[in-house]
Design a protein around this ligand. Structure first.
Ligand SMILES: Cc1ncc(COP(=O)(O)O)c(C=O)c1O
Length: 425
């Protein structure tokens, strides 16, 4: 017989936990409900997938492959590794991430399963359920997914397309209150393809310093910047504000499936004394990345030839230029020229496309009529824009542009129905 305190289940309806109900990826919710039926006579061109390996057009150098093969064959790394990662691998990340005058050592690094896990550790170590984190809009959706699954609240601060997606600092500051646990900065940006200037980063640091708020820097696209732009890590510029920087091999080394990321602790004034041990405890939940990739990390970071990075960047930058030149000539579209990362955002003058409701409708119809799939920026909480990925094979760029142009020619109306060329409602 069941004791008094035990509840007997009467059937096999097993409830899912509160955490699982709170976990929600807005991109999936939008994309999975979109009607994506391509034109039957046109081969699909996906400009939507942020995985640079899908088209097989950007191979990794033999050196990187060989580092993994050597570790597999050496048979020395089949066991458990320390939860924060092997010491020499962490030391290698410290060396890779430090900048003049700002030394880092292995104790400032935690290896993680991709940048996503790094972000999860950082959000969890800085915020309690009920506290708030401030994230960019438009921004990568995982911040919200991770935070809300733990009961942490999210507020979005505005990025400004007309200012190369710089942060509206007044808006950011207006969101800060007693519940603010951290500000998350993503530079270079997905989905914007923007790269913040040194001055802008210094202004962000100044604001964080005034309010004594630590920063999580999502720097997974570090060094991925086009000519004429310079990348500065927040850690390299910060004298006072403590920063947890998240990055990894995913984008620059073109191996997203290897799930090798890291947190770099840029402490200032010993502000992160407690956070360091918090991160250590949190790392013990899931034990970090695969031991073989970890073990190969020092050689990958030190031995990957510079020309590989340059060639990849050149490839993506050329695609960016070609897309931008073509799309900026299409009436009804307003591309924002990217400065780095792998994406470009394109504004839609939606009022000039009668019968098309919004960016989701626009992108669905682009698939139906032209078999070109772009991600509606509603996925990044920024309606009436869409995002394209710049890593696609070169030969597909002009076909994609031809089709986007034809689509717009068919739907764009220069004069609105009220004849004013301005909003009719
Ligand atoms: C801005 C940003 N942060 C984090 C991630 C996650 O990286 P990872 O695949 O290493 O978890 C991505 C992946 O696309 C990203 O675009």
């Amino acid at each position: 017989m069941a004791s008094k305190n035990k509840r007997m289940r009467m059937n096999w309806q097993v409830p899912a936990s509160k955490m699982s109900h709170q976990t929600f990826n807005p991109i999936r919710n939008i994309v999975d409900t979109m009607k994506l039926t391509p034109h039957p006579d046109k081969e699909m061109i996906a400009l939507s997938i942020g995985d640079p390996t899908v088209f097989n057009n950007l191979p990794i150098p033999e050196h990187i492959n060989q580092c993994i093969v050597n570790k597999v064959q050496g048979q020395k790394h089949n066991g458990y590794n320390p939860s924060i990662g092997y010491e020499d691998s962490r030391e290698a990340v410290a060396k890779y991430s430090c900048t003049p005058g700002r030394p880092l050592t292995a104790k400032d690094v935690i290896l993680t399963g991709g940048c996503s896990m790094a972000l999860d550790l950082c959000i969890c170590v800085l915020a309690n359920p009920g506290q708030t984190i401030l994230v960019p809009r438009p921004g990568f959706s995982i911040y919200k997914t991770l935070a809300e699954s733990h009961g942490i609240l999210v507020k979005t601060y505005n990025l400004q397309p007309e200012k190369n997606w710089e942060i509206d600092l007044d808006h950011l500051e207006s969101l800060i209150d007693d519940t603010t646990a951290t500000i998350l900065i993503n530079n270079p940006s997905n989905p914007c393809g923007s790269v913040f200037s040194r001055n802008h980063l210094l202004s962000i640091l100044e604001l964080a310093k005034r309010h004594k708020i630590p920063i999580i820097a999502d720097e997974i696209y570090e060094h991925f910047v086009f000519s004429g732009n310079q990348y500065h890590s927040l850690g390299s510029l910060s004298d006072d504000v403590p920063i947890l920087s998240c990055s990894g091999l995913t984008k620059r080394f073109l191996v997203p499936g290897w799930r090798l990321g890291w947190v770099v602790i840029h402490d200032r004034h010993d502000a992160f004394h407690e956070v360091r041990s918090g991160l250590l405890r949190l790392s013990q939940r899931l034990l970090g990345p695969n031991s073989i990739v970890q073990a190969a990390l020092p050689e990958i970071l030190s031995g990957t030839p510079q020309h590989f990075f340059e060639e990849t960047l050149h490839y993506v930058e050329e695609n960016a230029k070609n897309f931008f030149q073509r799309i900026s000539r299409i009436p009804g579209l307003r591309p924002v020229e990217p400065q780095g990362a792998m994406y470009m955002m394109i504004g839609i003058d939606i009022d000039h496309f009668p019968g098309i409701k919004d960016d989701v409708d626009f992108t669905e119809r682009l698939v139906k009529e032209q078999s070109v799939f772009c991600l509606p920026a509603k996925c990044f909480q920024f309606p009436n824009f869409f995002r394209i990925v710049l890593t696609i094979p070169k030969v597909k760029v002009s076909t994609a542009c031809d089709r986007i142009e034809e689509f717009c020619q068919q739907h764009y109306k220069a004069t609105l129905t009220n004849g004013t060329g301005s909003h009719s409602s």
